[in-house]
Design a protein around this ligand. Sequence first.
Ligand SMILES: [Fe+2]
Ligand SMILES: [Fe+2]
Length: 171
Amino acid sequence: MGFFTKDIKTMEDMFLHGLQDIYYAEHQITKALPKMIDLATNRDLSKGLSSHLEETRKQIERLDSVFKKLGKEPSGTDCPAIDGLIKEADATAGEIADKAVLDAAIVASCQAIEHYEISRYGTLIAWAEELGHDEVVRFLTTNLNEEKAANTKLNTVALRKGVNTKAASAA
Ligand SMILES: [Fe+2]
Ligand SMILES: [Fe+2]
């Protein structure tokens, strides 16, 4: 299914495509996070990312439940947006030698990913409500709230746990 083959005819098709997109994205995130956790030096940052990795695995289980409730097989579809965000995160990290600066870059890359997820879940919830899929809204809302909390935690790590201050004083 893809936008260019015009397989999406109804809003229902589009909703399903959106679910497959975020399903793929969450899987890619579980593959990308361990690398960022390894690279992070700040303890609050690595701990925060580790707990979000666990949350992300649970989010995938919730998406499995969403597909099940809709009577569909869980499946993903290529999401060039998340691939791009992860690729950029890797490329940026590869360019940075200083550990403190790298921590600030990891926060920035992860926040871009969280904002992407927040945007997608927000849309999916609105579409689910419009289409009368009230039985799946709860699962999607839990995921959305976790993404928002993860983003807030990243703000705290950057602004109040020393990540940005240390990065700024790196020679
Ligand atoms: Fe997620
Ligand atoms: Fe997330």
